[in-house]
Ligand binder design. Structure first.
Ligand code: SF4
Length: 301
């Protein structure tokens, strides 16, 4: 069992976050180029439910009339334009078509544009910091599927981008592992346990004890995979990332007798770009020397 993701990761994305000018006002932003060389490890599947609904761009803004996109799907709310035109059926049908395309593309993850009554998951409005009526219609469909979700706007922060990237690699890696023996179970857990502990210390300790004290069974292997893939969807915090970076660095430094000059102690002040640079430096060092960097347990070839 190696820690490599042996295929390209398939990522769906709101088209306007991929640089397509599909917003109601004919705007769009390229929020993914910052992935840099990691871009080539992904296969991209951009979709825009509002354009697919036939409204085109530019178009009149829409909003949810009712509680949320979930209620739209269940027939208890509507989607209307600013002019009061009911476009519920068109948005529902286009969202279903987009979801079918994404399922056919076998996506692992979806990068959604928050602040939209269609693609939004946590917010359906960006006006005056309003949350709106989340999730949006397509956002509600995304939440119903086992998909690793990434808010597009969080990719602007280099540390949050790194956090999403390393958890996505670990998620796809864990999803693709076949665990058939106790030895494989231990190897699997050993690879991801440090990141699991960072994301949820208490639950990971409980899982660690269960693995140590149980006989191997396919059910236990499945339970562990479900536990790990669910946990990988949970964002970390800056403090945890900085502390773990230092902890892993100190371990690697002692083991290898080497120093990486960019890496600073957790209490030292530096900006997000510097922290991301430190994470990438340790990531690169660990992978080129074939050492486990517990904060980032999986990668592409
Ligand atoms: S948020 Fe979604 S529906 Fe709106 S323009 Fe972007 S891709 Fe299209």
């Amino acid at each position: 069992m190696d820690n490599i993701v042996h295929r390209k990761i398939r990522v769906g994305i709101s088209a306007c976050a991929y640089g397509a000018k599909t917003r109601y006002n004919r705007k769009g932003w390229d929020l993914v180029s910052e992935f840099g060389r990691d871009m080539s490890n992904f296969i991209w599947c951009p979709v825009c439910p509002e354009v697919m609904s036939g409204m085109g761009t530019p178009r009149t803004q829409i909003r949810i009339q009712g509680d949320s996109g979930r209620d739209v799907i269940e027939g208890r709310a509507k989607v209307i334009t600013r002019n009061g035109v009911d476009v519920t059926a068109d948005i529902l049908s286009a969202s279903n078509v987009c979801m079918d395309i994404l399922k056919k593309s076998e996506i692992d993850a979806f990068i959604y544009m928050d602040g939209s009554p269609t693609c939004g998951v946590e917010r359906t409005s960006l006006k005056n910091n309003k949350v709106g009526k989340p999730p949006g219609v397509f956002g509600a469909m995304l939440l119903n599927e086992d998909i690793f979700l990434i808010p597009a706007l969080s990719l602007a922060s280099p540390v949050r981008r790194w956090d999403y990237k390393r958890r996505l690699y670990a998620y796809v890696w864990a999803k693709n592992q076949e665990i058939k023996t106790k030895d494989e179970l231990f190897k699997f857990w050993h690879n991801v346990k440090f990141l699991c502990q960072e994301l949820d210390e208490k639950e990971s300790r409980i899982m660690g004890k269960k693995i140590a004290n149980s006989e191997f069974s396919p059910e236990l292997a499945q339970e562990l995979k479900i536990f790990v893939t669910a946990l990988m969807k949970k964002p970390s915090t800056l403090e945890k990332i900085k502390n773990r970076l230092w902890k892993h660095y100190v371990y690697i430094k002692r083991k290898q007798g080497t120093e990486i000059e960019e890496i600073m102690a957790p209490q030292e002040n530096r900006n997000m770009h510097h922290i991301a640079m430190e994470l990438e430096a340790l990531e690169k060092y660990a992978f080129t020397h074939d050492i486990l960097f517990g904060s980032m347990p999986a990668r592409n070839k």
